[in-house]
Design a protein around this ligand. Structure first.
Ligand code: NAD
Ligand code: IPM
Ligand code: MN
Length: 368
């Protein structure tokens, strides 16, 4: 099979982790006799510097014409005082909208070997295996009216808007996923205060009763859900929620996995899928070669599964990540000393089943 992928490495550690994800994709394609064709586009702050636009038309064309898009991260402190309309992040928001990827899947899994790396007690995090389904092209991020008015007293408005159709299609993704797992959907809203939450709850409830009677549905208010995520994370299977609620709760869920560097994501719609680690460009560690590439590598695994239907290949990458972690090779966010490329190479080594090489690399990084 030919895998045509557009790479948008973006800013900061985005480029560093994407390089490792590509190395892993090359290895898995070699093992399974696929051919990998990549094209790289300018994106984010680097694209603003080169062209004035965080998502130049050529990059968008490249993205739309590929079988899938692998993104690194976007954002740079130089643009932190710029208005939202002009920032690197705007390029990502436009990309999601242009690709119409309304369903953002963010799994949060606590690997056994990493139980003690969470700031939470290991008896709380062990066995955590949930997936957050974040609505990605509507809600507070995109609703209108929006903007700051500065004539007279300054005022500001953002709008959390959804249609019944938008709520139904994201809920359907969550229910279908739950059917492949433990058959529990937790729908998250703020229905005690916001009309938005009231309609959300009503639509999800009706859809569940009509189309998914075999899946258990529960509702949580977003504030208490934030608490339950760190007090009893094992109780969750599939969670579904509004765009910004999903942004916030998925960063919170990353502490269950030990580091935000571990979290992958898949953004799916009807056409090209977009794959990106949950973390950002991490300006504090960019350029040092110490970023954890596993979130990006696991995003590549999600790409193999969801965009190319290559389940065995996806599983091989996930298994190799687990072996690399079990061998003890870890970046600094997980109290290790290995570099980004050493961790990437360890996954490649595990993929090719060279156990002794993996052990030697682990010893080297332990002494490094
Ligand atoms: P961040 O995720 O970049 O970093 C938060 C903290 O986690 C930092 O201390 C960082 O060093 C650490 N971290 C993140 N990823 C890591 C990794 N792979 N390995 C080791 N440590 C890691 O969030 P932030 O600092 O709030 O944002 C920085 C910039 O990134 C901002 O411009 C923001 O808008 C942008 N951002 C982009 C995305 C994206 O492109 N998808 C996501 C989040 C934030
Ligand atoms: C994420 C990021 C983005 C978001 C930003 C960079 C636009 O935080 O992917 O979680 O808020 O969706
Ligand atoms: Mn975020």
């Amino acid at each position: 099979m030919e895998l045509r992928i557009t790479l948008l490495p973006g800013d900061g550690i985005g480029t560093e982790v994407t390089e490792q994800a590509v190395a892993v994709l090359e290895a898995v394609c070699h093992n399974f006799h696929h051919s990998l064709k990549t094209a790289t586009g300018l994106f984010g702050g680097v694209a603003i510097r080169a062209t004035g636009d965080p998502l130049p038309p050529e990059s968008l064309t490249l993205a739309k014409s590929a079988g899938a898009v692998l993104m690194g991260a976007t954002g740079h402190p130089d643009f932190d005082t710029w208005p939202p309309e002009k920032r690197p992040e705007k390029g990502l928001l436009r990309l999601r909208k242009e690709l119409a990827v309304f369903a953002n899947l963010r799994p949060a899994i606590c690997f056994q070997a990493l139980e003690s790396f969470s700031p939470l007690r290991s008896d709380i995090v062990q066995g955590t295996d949930m997936i957050i389904v974040r609505e990605l092209t509507g809600g507070l991020y995109y609703g209108t009216p929006r903007g700051i008015k500065r004539n007279g007293e300054a005022s500001v408005v953002n709008t959390m808007a959804y249609t019944q159709t938008e709520i139904e299609r994201i809920a359907r993704v969550a229910f279908n996923l739950a059917r492949t797992r433990r058959k529990l959907v937790t729908s998250v809203d703020k229905s005690n205060v916001l009309e938005n939450g009231q309609l959300w709850r009503e639509v999800v409830t009706n859809l569940g009763a009509k189309e998914f009677p075999d899946v258990k549905l529960e509702h949580q208010l977003v504030d208490s859900c934030a608490m339950l995520l760190v007090t009893n994370p094992r109780r969750f299977d599939v969670l579904v929620m509004e765009n910004m609620f999903g942004d916030i709760l998925s960063d919170e869920a990353s502490v269950l996995a030990g580091s935000i560097g571990m979290l992958p994501s898949a953004s799916l719609g009807e056409h090209t899928g977009l794959y990106e680690p949950v973390h950002g460009s991490a300006p504090d560690i960019a350029g040092k070669g110490i970023a954890n590439p596993l979130g990006a590598i696991l995003s590549a695994a999600m790409m193999l599964r969801h965009s190319f239907g290559l389940e065995a290949e996806a599983h091989a990458v996930e298994d190799a990540v687990k072996k690399a972690i079990d061998s003890g090779i870890r970046t600094r966010d997980l109290k290790g000393t290995a570099s980004t490329s050493e961790v990437g190479q360890a996954v490649v080594t595990a993929l090719t089943d060279r156990e002794p090489d993996l052990q030697r690399a682990a010893q080297r990084s332990a002494h490094g």
